[in-house]
Design a binder for this molecule. Structure first.
Ligand code: G6P
Length: 612
């Protein structure tokens, strides 16, 4: 939610900031702005809309500036408008900042500042933060920041400029991510919400810790804790290259990321299959001993990451023979769930920054439980807070709708189930080797689905503009329905629901009318006939049925119950949900493309949700 950038160095700051913001636009795109330090003081350019709108407004201005901050907004307090856009400047003009987060006690602080004569121009909580810092700013920026931090309740990542310190930028964070890009001797340094914003210039960065403050100059980065004591910076190096954050000829990042899956999933799976042929996370800190002592796995996550957990729950129960639960992280954190000392809490998050998932993790830790994080972004808050961080290795994911990270999560949950089964002695080594071998073929099987991009275009034309589309399935197929349905609705805005096939008749079937599209997923042999009965129920009411099934499974036998059939390759049943979801990703993409939707940046969404 909201992306922030900062630059100080010898380049054209305007270009660096605009480029960085473009890479962070997935974090929000309601408005955008930059503040540049010029000979005449600080120049602010901001507008409602996207980075491309900002670029037009900025035009040729301020080409000599080599220092500034920028912001792309996902609105929380105050509608998207020029007035509410960041950067915000204090009423006295001495402090300018950009903010990601929510100041929860902003009303109280606002009243206090108003009583002292501050006149506010916007409806944002951010303008409160900037004026609070200005109130405490005598001559020492650090002192002002520490004091303001004491007063603020809520979450924040801030990049700040002070009028009396023209050669310095300041950064501070609490519960929202912030990194400092290291210029590596080039007389420059960077501030950013996420790695893609700095990749063009450096792959080295420092992850700012909770309530740490960074003073950033051209030639130095000085970090202190909230008491002013120096902090040894945690340096990270990312292997991703700049091309990974480019569209590479594809019309959308989402399509690029769908097509990348057969390649990147090799890095998710391959290194985890060891010499004995069994997949494991043993040498990443998740030991067999931990899993041997685990009596239950508890998964908490949000959005698609939760959907991977729903699939993963079945893997663990089926292979390892222990109970597995899953829960939406935003519910888990406030429900006071009953947890046992030998539970293993698994948090799944692509970004590693989702506020509710992070809070669920902290709750589990506070209860003394062992925690494992399945994450993509190296050094992210969730990765750092968990006892064990397991990385997806799929490179940066830019499209708001996740694709490759989801597939990696499911693959990693299968590895977790295999390793737990081994630790528990629940399956023979031969069986574990067979499963691991089959998993290693998943990238290739996903590759075999790519022709669906061309072949489902006509189907997409037929499904586009519909008011409702239903997804039905049983067991693992039902779990896959959740993600198929979310993918469709988030990028095409078509209302869609995922239903347990057997449950539809208890109310929702009343919504099925002639020609209502129903995407029926039936890949699991044991329950295939049961699902077919449910498909016939909707067919009898005139539904247009798209059946996604295993190769050779659809045999109408004179009783055609599907209007369109998509077959996924033959493989172990546990891999089928991954294949089904990739098919759904492609169909959803094609539907949204026909409808001319803004596929990479669907309305109202942000990729990294750092507010609760
Ligand atoms: C947002 C994104 C989803 C994502 C969810 C959880 O809603 O749009 O694609 O699944 O957050 O994100 P995380 O980074 O924790 O996986």
């Amino acid at each position: 939610m909201c992306g922030i950038v900062g630059y100080i160095g010898e380049r054209d700051a305007k270009k660096v900031l605009l480029d960085g913001l473009l890479r962070l636009e997935y974090r929000g795109y309601d408005s955008a702005g930059i503040a540049l330090r010029t000979e005449n003081g600080i120049e602010i350019k901001k507008t409602k809309g996207r980075i491309s709108d900002l670029e037009r407004i900025v035009g040729d201005c301020c080409t000599n500036s080599m220092c500034g901050i920028g912001h792309t907004r996902w609105a929380t307090h105050g509608e998207p408008s020029q007035r509410n856009s960041h950067p915000h400047m204090s009423a006295d003009g001495r402090v300018t900042l950009v903010h990601n987060g929510i100041i929860e006690n902003y009303i109280q602080l606002k009243l206090m500042l108003e009583s002292e004569g501050v006149v506010f121009k916007s409806e944002t909580d951010t303008e409160v933060a900037v004026n609070l810092i200005a109130k405490y700013y005598k001559s020492d920026p650090l002192e002002a920041i520490y004091k303001a931090m004491n007063d603020i309740r809520g979450s924040f990542a801030l990049a700040i400029m002070f009028d009396g310190s023209p050669d310095e930028l300041y950064a501070v964070k609490k519960d929202n991510p912030l990194i400092i890009g290291i210029g590596n001797g080039n007389h420059e340094n960077f501030i950013a919400s996420d790695i893609p914003a700095i990749l063009k210039w450096t792959r080295d960065y420092i992850v700012l810790g909770e309530l740490e403050v960074a003073k950033v100059t051209r030639d130095g980065i000085y970090i202190t804790d909230k008491h002013g004591a120096p902090v040894e910076p945690r340096r990270e190096h990312v292997m991703w290259n700049y091309d990974a954050a480019e569209k590479g000829g594809y019309p959308h990042f989402m399509l690029k990321e769908i097509f990348e899956q057969p390649t990147v999933l090799r890095d998710t799976i391959g290194p985890r299959i060891k010499d004995d042929g069994i997949a494991t996370f043993e040498d990443e800190g998740l030991t067999d001993e931990i899993l041997r002592n685990t009596k239950r796995t508890y998964i908490a996550a949000c959005g698609s990451a939760l959907h991977s957990g729903i699939i993963g729950r079945t893997f663990i129960e089926r292979l390892a023979g222990i109970p597995a639960e899953y829960e939406v992280a935003s519910e888990f954190r406030y429900r006071d769930p009953i947890l046992y000392p030998d539970d293993l809490v698994v948090i799944i998050s692509q970004s590693g920054e989702t506020a509710d998932s992070l809070a669920a993790l902290r709750l589990a830790k506070a209860k003394g439980l062992r925690t494992v994080a399945i994450v993509n972004v190296v050094g992210s808050s969730i990765a750092r807070a968990a006892d064990v961080a397991l990385y997806m290795n799929v490179g940066p994911e830019i499209a708001v709708a996740t694709t490759k990270a989801f597939s990696a999560q499911v693959a990693m949950l299968l590895i977790l189930a295999i390793q737990t089964a081994k630790a528990k002695g629940n399956l023979t080594n031969e069986k574990l080797q067979e499963l691991s071998r089959e998993l290693s073929h998943l990238p290739q099987l996903i590759g075999e689905l790519m022709p669906l991009y061309e072949s489902t275009k006509q189907l997409a034309g037929h499904l586009a503009q519909r008011d409702h589309i239903f997804f039905i399935g049983r067991g693992l197929d039902y779990a896959a329905c959740y993600e198929g349905s979310l993918k469709l609705k988030e990028i095409s805005y078509i209302h869609s629901e995922a239903y347990a096939a057997g449950e539809l008749k208890h109310g929702t079937i009343s919504l099925i009318e002639p020609d209502t599209p129903v995407i029926a997923i039936a890949t699991q042999k044991e329950i295939f006939e049961k699902t077919v009965s449910n498909i016939k129920e909707v067919k009898a009411r005139g539904a247009f049925v798209v059946l996604i099934t295993g190769k050779g499974m659809y045999d109408a036998n004179g009783d055609s119950y599907a209007d369109y059939v998509i077959e996924v390759p033959e493989c172990n049943e546990l891999l089928l949900p991954s294949l089904v979801v990739v098919a759904c990703q492609i169909i959803s993409y094609n539907i949204a493309a026909v409808m001319g939707c803004d596929i990479d940046k669907p309305r109202n969404l942000a990729k990294s949700v750092t507010v609760e």
